[in-house]
Write a protein that binds this ligand. Structure first.
Ligand code: THU
Length: 153
């Protein structure tokens, strides 16, 4: 039987290079007039799609959208799926570390063993966010709504 997992393209050097190039392209579209710190993010989805996003700042600094938020919006808007590999770059095109909040945002949509290109090398989602809070934590509490059950009526 063919499963979605078997269709996941291998994450080889060519994939990482495509992700980095897409992240650089996204970064070049960033709206970052307040920090002047432009960020671009790109990821491979388990069906082979590529998704991306850039940071979008705001005069109300606290409502700035990180590049990862745009990426996840792109993921959901184009059909959902699970993130297999992720790359994020700064304005120099160098690997950029996702902030803590964005690690949680990415975690919700991560394939098991999702890989992230970090400044120090490749890491898994569990390595960058150990003990992460997931839908499983919700499911452990009787009566709590989960993504599978939907909200309580
Ligand atoms: N930023 C991101 O887009 N992603 C991160 O994970 C870290 C920070 C953005 C937010 C803000 O526009 C700028 O980088 C400086 O913090």
């Amino acid at each position: 039987m063919t499963t979605a997992a078997q269709d996941v393209p291998p994450v080889d050097d060519e994939v990482w290079e495509r992700l980095r190039a897409l992240a650089v392209d996204a970064m070049e579209h960033a709206y970052a007039p307040y920090s002047r710190f432009r960020v671009g993010a790109a990821a491979l989805v388990d069906d082979g799609r590529l998704v991306s996003g850039c940071n979008v700042e705001n005069a109300g600094y606290g409502v700035t959208l990180c590049a990862e938020c745009g990426l996840v919006s792109d993921l959901v808007r184009t059909g959902g799926g699970r993130l297999v590999a992720f790359a994020c770059v700064d304005g120099r095109g160098e690997a950029c570390s996702p902030c803590g909040r964005c690690r949680q945002v990415l975690s919700e949509h991560a394939a098991p063993g999702m890989l992230l290109s970090m400044p120090g090398g490749t890491m898994t989602i569990d390595e960058v966010l150990p003990g992460r809070f997931t839908d499983g934590d919700l499911a452990a509490v009787p009566g709590a709504a989960t993504a599978a059950t939907g909200p309580a009526s």
